[in-house]
Every structure is written in C-alpha cells, then in structure tokens.
Design a protein around this ligand. Structure first.
Ligand SMILES: [Zn+2]
Length: 246
C-alpha cells in the first residue's frame, strides 16, 4: 500500500499526517476550504509548522478570491510542493505542473515575510493560459497580471517591503513585466474598470491582441503607456548650457 495514500482523505476538513522514513521525515497534508482541495507536500520536512500554516492560509486567502474574481472554473485541486532542489524562488509549471506551486524552502527561510509569493503563484494557476512567452501570451503581461494580483490580494506585502512602484525607472517599459507592468495595470484598471479581467480572459482563450487595449481604453498600448509613464519618470537631465564652442 502506498503510505502516502493514508494522508488523502477526501472531504476531510483538515487531514494531517506525518510520514516517518529512515532517510527523511516527509510531511503531507490535505485540506479543503470552499470547493478547493489543497495537497501540501514537503518530502524533506524542510519548513517549520508555523511557516507551513502561513503558506496554506495565504494560498487559500488569495486563491479563493483570485479564482472567484477571474476564473471560477480554475482548478479545484491544487498542490503545493516544497522542493529544496529547486534553486529559484517559486514557480507554477505547465502541463501536469499547471496546478502545482513549487517553492524553494531556502528562500522562504531567508525571506519569511515574502509570503505573498504564494499569492503571485496562485494567480498563475487561475490564469491557466495555453502557452507562455509568445505573441498570444506575452510573458511580460502574464507576470504583470500576477503581480497586479499580488498587490490586490496580498495579505502581508508591506512586511516584505513589496509594493508596486509609483515611479517608472530609466529603461523600463510596459514590457518590463512583474511590478512595473503590474503598477501600470493597476493605473489602467482604475481608469477603465474591467480591463484586466478582459485581458485575462482573452489570454486564456488565445484571443489576446494589441487591439484589445484600443478597444477597452480608446488608446493604443504605446499611447496609454506614455500617458502613464510621463509624469512618473524623472525629468530628463537639463539640456547642456549653450555657448562654448562656436
Ligand atoms: Zn510569475
């Protein structure tokens, strides 16, 4: 019998169990809140209980809201895998990993307040787009929406010193992605409510085109970005003094 199956009690509100093995203690827990079931797996028991609980609580807070607001048919069965072999921060993959958030425990142990990385990753599951990083599904927009969601649904961004920027830095563009694009989306959404929802839906359906920006805001993307960026960019350096060589 698969020992792990002992932990999977469907319908249980909170089925927790500890699996002891000679090599390492594996922790696995299955929870259900609302209509969403979460399987949490930490094969090496790399994170302490308090952190585990914080991850699970943050996941449910964000995912239930992101899912309800953007894509109620998003997966109802989700996994969080704690993987010490993963060198990045966290990710949601494609295909069989499209419903799995993989987290590097080392990052969270060093940055325990960065808990809303879970909020960003949970949005990637809600997004569930058919591809990533092409003209139909530009990576900068996918990451911009995920950081827009981290700002909107995050529970403790301030503690992590995480915020959407209120300035546009030198060399940044709408295609910078992540927080840069997230801040732009927040501004654009305030002026054109429903814009982010429409972008998200089009990306999921494979129907995203630049024309969408024009349709929903009355402006092309370059013009919209310019309107946003101009007052948020540092003034250009003063023109060189006239005179001198003639
Ligand atoms: Zn991301």
């Amino acid at each position: 019998m698969n020992r792990a199956s002992l932990c999977l009690l469907p319908g249980a509100l909170a089925a927790l169990c500890l699996l002891a093995s000679p090599a390492a203690r594996a922790f696995e827990a299955t929870q259900q809140r609302g209509s969403v079931t979460l399987r949490y797996q930490d094969a090496h028991d790399a994170l302490p209980e308090a952190m585990r609980q914080r991850i699970i609580d943050t996941f449910y807070f964000a995912y239930l809201r992101e899912r309800a607001d953007f894509h109620p048919k998003a997966p109802a069965d989700v996994r969080i895998v704690i993987d010490p072999a993963y060198n990045g921060v966290a990710y949601v993959g494609d295909k069989d990993k499209a419903t799995t958030i993989t987290i590097n425990p080392g990052w969270l142990l060093q940055h325990p307040d960065d808990i809303d990385l879970v909020t960003h990753e949970a949005m990637h599951i809600v997004q569930g787009y058919p591809s990533y990083g092409d003209t139909r599904v530009p990576g900068w927009l996918v990451e911009g929406i995920a950081d827009y969601a981290r700002d909107r649904y995050g529970t403790d961004n301030a503690a992590a010193g995480w915020a959407l920027p209120d300035k546009v830095g030198k060399g940044q563009s709408v295609e910078s992605g992540y927080r840069v694009t997230g801040a732009f989306l927040k501004w654009a959404e305030a002026g054109h409510p429903g814009l982010v929802l429409a972008l998200d839906k089009a990306l999921r359906n494979g129907q995203y085109t630049l024309a969408l920006w024009q349709q929903h805001t009355g402006k092309g993307l370059p013009a919209l970005w310019a309107e946003y960026a101009k007052p948020r960019s540092d003034a250009p350096p003063p023109a060189p003094a006239r005179g001198g060589k003639r």
